[in-house]
Write a protein that binds this ligand. Structure first.
Ligand SMILES: [Zn+2]
Length: 221
């Protein structure tokens, strides 16, 4: 999960549906804007290029009973079916970090090591950090059904592919930091737009004493 800059104003079709109090919240203009704003990545698991993307309501609209939430542009998020499904329980119906307003990387540490994935809140007493960490841990590690096991497995594999690309890129860059291609490759792997970016950026942040120059390539804003 990384910070997202949500474009403004709300897509036209959504403004119209909101005014009428009926209609679809996932017309083409909404889909196009979400895909673009979220860099074509699920906002929860950060899987890129989704085959079956879904428009997720961070705050549930209770089967359309809550029209304000249903048509609120700020409540719509680009998600994969797996994450939408895992999030669908009461405990996750509130307190999930709004990554368009708050930077999740300031509240969470993303660890991918020893073939396992763990998301930790920086401050356990902060409710939104705790609940979001629980959700993300479920997204990568929940294995209570066959389908979920396969979905988690794919995501964990994807994270480690990106981590290995990062380690290779770091080695190349350390060998020859004057090589602009090496620097660009590393920058791209560490950009918020890249797949599973939170894990790669968190690793560098946690090891900034080891890699001060690489740390300098992260765009922290
Ligand atoms: Zn996802």
């Amino acid at each position: 999960m990384v910070k997202i800059e949500r474009s403004k104003p709300a897509p036209k079709s959504l403004q119209i549906a909101k005014k009428k109090g009926k209609g679809s919240y996932r017309r083409e203009d909404v889909i196009d804007r979400l895909r673009e704003d979220f860099h074509d990545k699920c906002y929860l698991c950060e899987t890129k290029g989704l085959q079956d993307p879904e428009v997720e309501h961070r705050l549930p609209h209770q089967n359309g009973k809550n029209l304000k939430r249903k048509y609120d542009w700020n409540n719509l998020f680009w998600s994969c079916g797996h994450c939408n499904n895992v999030k669908n329980k009461y405990y996750y119906s509130k307190n999930i970090i709004d990554c368009c307003k708050v930077d999740p990387e300031e509240l969470l540490v993303f660890v991918a090591a020893d073939e396992s994935i763990q998301i930790e809140p920086v401050n356990k007493k902060k409710r939104s950090a705790k609940v979001t960490a629980d959700l993300l841990n479920d997204v990568y590690n929940l294995t209570n059904t066959g389908i979920r096991l396969a979905a988690c497995d794919n995501r964990v594999k994807g994270v480690f592919i990106q981590m290995n690309l990062l380690f290779n890129a770091i080695n190349n860059y350390i060998d020859d930091s004057s090589n602009k291609d090496y620097e660009d490759t590393l920058k791209a792997l560490l950009s918020r737009e890249s797949e599973y970016a939170a894990f790669k950026r968190s690793y560098i942040r946690e090891n900034k004493d080891l890699y001060p120059d690489v740390y300098g390539l992260i765009d922290e804003e």
